[in-house]
Design a protein around this ligand. Structure first.
Ligand SMILES: C[S@@+](CC[C@H](N)C(=O)[O-])C[C@H]1O[C@@H](n2cnc3c(N)ncnc32)[C@H](O)[C@@H]1O
Length: 278
């Protein structure tokens, strides 16, 4: 793990001084990687940038992450709310928030992702504001958003503690931050090691997995955080051959009969709901 290059808040508005060089270089590597790797792109059947392409990604994502709409009420829970997504990718989740009546802004380090997110919204006839921006140094005033949504991003950035400070800064008092990171003590992390199968984006310049306690520490700028482990095995469309057959034919059915009390803490995704009171 790239460690301990502390960046403490220094200025009046709670923003941080310029990041040390190694972190800047790491962020540049992260930006270059995600300009070339669009999440789940290889799963789409339709040409990149078409409505069919964005529908494919939405369908694949919400089949795999069937827990997500149960925890985040995209359709009815955020009408009229100002939502910022950091690391929005091509805007799959943000399109769901916008379709539910939220006023959405998406930022991402990757220009490719931002271009595709804009296309996604124009194909769907939705309104959204998209900007290439570093989530560790947001160009928004303090107290700007009702919700800050950061799904699958803290684990890929150079300094997650700095991102968490920025998430809190731009959130209005009374607002909510929703995050997701990968759970180190989880079925998928164990399985990938036993089966010697790489995780998605294992080649990214930064890919961390955290325990619930470590996530709580990252989110410590917030006043309260509730962590919910989620994401249990569903059949894989990605992995083929005998390993894919064992996973789909044996592992997934076996897992579903284990008692919930045993498997619940072992979910691959740690969802966190944090509040800012002041
Ligand atoms: C695994 S993808 C997740 C995309 C989207 N949130 C989703 O769940 O489909 C990670 C995204 O985080 C973005 N990212 C990583 N570090 C970032 C940072 N410091 N600021 C903004 N975006 C960042 C990457 O460019 C990439 O688009």
């Amino acid at each position: 793990m790239e460690t301990a290059i502390a960046t403490e808040p220094t200025s009046m508005n709670g923003k941080t001084a310029n990041p040390p060089l190694r972190l800047e270089e790491k962020l540049e590597e992260v930006r270059v990687y995600w300009n070339e790797h669009i999440h789940d792109l290889e799963l789409a059947k339709h040409p990149v940038g078409t409505l069919g392409f964005f529908d494919d990604l939405d369908e694949y994502r919400f089949d795999k992450l069937n827990y997500l709409p149960k925890l985040v009420d995209f359709k009815n829970g955020y009408k009229g709310k100002k939502i910022l997504e950091i690391g929005c990718g091509v805007g799959i989740d943000l399109a769901r928030f916008a379709a539910g009546g939220a006023k959405v802004t998406g930022v991402d380090l990757s220009d490719t992702a931002i271009d595709l997110a804009r296309k996604n919204f124009s194909e769907r006839g939705l309104e959204g504001n998209f900007l290439p921006m570093n989530g560790e140094d947001l160009d928004f005033p303090a107290d700007s958003f009702d919700v800050v949504y950061v799904h699958g991003v803290l684990q890929y950035t150079a300094d997650p503690h700095q991102m968490a400070r920025e998430m809190k800064r731009v959130l209005k008092p009374g607002g909510e931050a929703i995050s997701m990171v990968y759970n180190r003590i989880s079925w998928l992390n164990a399985l990938s090691k036993v089966m010697k199968v790489d995780l998605e984006h294992e080649d990214a310049p930064v890919l961390e997995k955290y325990t619930a306690a470590e996530l709580r520490d990252i989110l410590s700028p917030f006043d309260e955080t509730q962590i919910i482990p989620e994401r249990f095995p569903v059949k894989s469309r990605l992995h083929k051959g005998w390993k894919g057959a064992i996973f789909n034919g044996l592992f997934v059915p076996a897992f579903t009969v284990l008692p919930a009390s045993i498997v619940k803490p072992l979910g691959w995704h740690l969802m966190a709901f944090s509040t800012k009171t002041l």
